[in-house]
Design a protein. Sequence first.
Length: 228
Amino acid sequence: MLTVIWLGLKGALSIAVDLFKAMPEWLRTALLVAGTVALAWWYAASSTEERVSNEYKGKLEAQAKAHKKAIEDQEDAFNRKITTMANAQATAAKIQKENETKLLGEMQSRLDLSKAESARLRNELKEVKKYVTAKADAGCIITAGFVRMHNKPLAGADAGVPENQSGDVDAPSGVALSTVASTVADNYVECEERGRILKLWQDWYPRAKQVYDAALDIVRPVSLTVTP
């Protein structure tokens, strides 16, 4: 089969050569020129197509690389933001803890001093007879009405003066002046201590808020927004 095909091609080629030789010289020249031009055009067209294809492929590769780099840059920027925020939060938490510890330590010291002062005064007031003597007790009658009026605003039974149930407000209550003095003085000590505690809380709040705001100011400027 291949032999037959080869013989056929050989015969056709021989005929084509004979026909070419039989042509006038000008026609052979024209055919050669036309073939050369056609071959040159085909080569140029193939080269141009390949060049354009390579340029387009290069552009696509460049765009892909640029897009990949942009994504990598955004990821790096976002990771840096996260690291920065984590560091800021850690710094803020450390500073806040240090300031809170310092503030609470100061508040506790003031509270301890207040309790110590109250204890000192109460211990001193136990010597009530030093200030209100038996002579003063004997010379002063504390009426039932006075005791009742003294106790009326007081919610706690321990803060009041012992009462009797006499209906006569002018009747002697049986309570000594020294007992009244001791009760009133103890109530003043309690009032002063609670006042100091209240003042302590009033001082604590704005300072604690400053500690919180200072920690917040460290974290607030850090944003996770990444500009493309």
